[in-house]
Design a protein around this ligand. Structure first.
Ligand code: NIG
Ligand code: FE
Length: 392
């Protein structure tokens, strides 16, 4: 196995409080990382780095764990430029826009869907993302949902069945019939390709009872729940996520005190995943990250990349928004975009730079990770290692 030492790192974020400065980020200054094959073999002060087969000089720049984007919707075709344009002229966002993408996705070939997925993955990787989750939800027939998951599963292990994105237009007069399909034949066809089951619990999508039925059926088929919760309005999504021990409650924009308390109590089980690209792109109020963190909830940041509500693949952009507008510190935002995402995906092998972890790293063209928020919109990611291989 070949070893590579990345040396002369001004600031290395390990996300292991036992390392470095003792903060949650486990920051080590003047650091080195040694990669052995696909994994991190050693981290510590550059002066003590063991010999390696090859050496990469970070030249006084920062190295962070690759981003863990724990929420995206990347199996789709077409775009929604007209809808965005109308929104920026004053129209409001609603769940119904999803139908436009459903029509385009159904009409696309497998090859077109896969090429589109790969284009967005490549875009995300160039911005430092090394682990990503993605969902179905733009097919809404048994065959279209199953093919979306099959295509996704060829490119990531974090695949989510979201047959319950909205009620299929084919069942407009029979929502109960659609829930039966999602919990029956469609689930059977989709479960083999997925690790997670999700539902959009929202007015205009699925109510609390429907969401409970869908998540419970998914869990019985071996999938772990995660929930689109409290995005556009107050509602039962967050409480349901906590009750069903979902891995994450995603969006969390409209929260009562009881919702915040529930997420704080469930901090070891259910992560509050905040998706500021959606609020940016729908001109909505920001989720209150400060309130959640101060209460003790575990917070992740993710892109929600999709053609409707949040068409960004950029984790650095989400970090900048979270720091500027959601009152997260730069350290908190970076933790949430890496270790927080890993927690939301119940992964211990990614989101950290520690011996034994997957060697997923991003080199920033900056001396510190703080520059991700301090220099918004600047392409700072200058190299990426994925499973120990230079990917960017
Ligand atoms: O997470 N909230 C539901 N799903 C997506 C929106 C999808 C769309 O508008 O196409 C979201 O924001
Ligand atoms: Fe989403």
């Amino acid at each position: 196995m070949t070893t590579t030492a990345i040396t002369n790192i001004a600031g290395l974020v390990t996300n292991d409080p036992a390392l470095g400065d003792g903060s949650p980020l486990g920051l080590i200054e003047n650091a080195a990382v040694v990669i052995d094959g696909e994994t991190v073999a050693w981290v510590g002060p550059a002066a003590k780095a063991p010999a390696a087969d090859t050496v990469f000089d970070a030249a006084g720049r920062a190295v962070i764990p690759g981003f863990v984007d724990s929420h995206s919707h990347l199996v789709f075709a077409g775009d929604r430029t007209a809808e965005f344009n109308a929104r920026m002229s004053g129209r409001s966002y609603s769940a119904g826009g999803i139908r436009t993408t459903v029509a385009a996705t159904r009409a696309a070939t497998d090859a077109e869907l896969e090429a589109n997925l790969l284009r967005h993955l490549d875009e995300a990787r160039r911005q430092g993302t090394t682990t990503f989750e993605t969902k179905s939800g733009y097919g809404l027939t048994v065959a279209d949902e199953a093919r979306a998951l099959r295509i996704a599963a060829a490119h990531t292990e974090e695949v989510t069945y979201l047959g319950a994105h909205i009620v299929s237009p084919d069942y407009a007069e029979d929502p109960a019939g659609y829930v039966d399909l999602v919990t029956g034949e469609m689930l059977t066809a989709c479960a083999p390709y997925a690790r997670w089951v999700d539902v959009f619990c929202e007015k205009g999508a699925f109510d609390g009872d429907q969401a409970r039925a869908i998540l419970t059926a998914g869990a019985a088929a071996g999938l772990i729940p995660r929930v689109h919760a409290n995005q556009l309005s107050y509602g039962p999504g967050v409480q349901l996520a906590v009750e069903l021990e979902a891995a994450s409650a995603d969006h969390c924009t409209h929260l009562t005190d009881a919702d915040v308390d529930a997420l704080a109590q469930a901090a070891d089980t259910t992560v509050a995943t905040l998706l500021p690209g959606a609020e940016f792109s729908t001109r909505a109020q920001w989720p209150d990250a400060r309130r959640l963190i101060d209460a003790g909830a575990t917070v992740a940041l993710s892109t929600d990349c999709n053609p409707g509500s949040s068409y960004t693949s950029s984790m650095p952009f989400c970090i900048a928004l979270a720091v500027r507008d959601m009152r997260m510190t730069p350290d908190e935002a970076l933790w949430s975009a890496t270790a927080g995402g890993a927690r939301a995906l119940r992964r211990s092998d990614v989101g950290t730079v520690t011996p034994g972890a997957r060697a997923d790293l991003a080199l920033l063209d900056a001396p510190s990770h703080v520059h991700l928020a301090y220099r918004p919109g600047v392409p700072l990611v200058s190299a990426v290692w994925q499973r120990g291989v230079r990917a960017v």
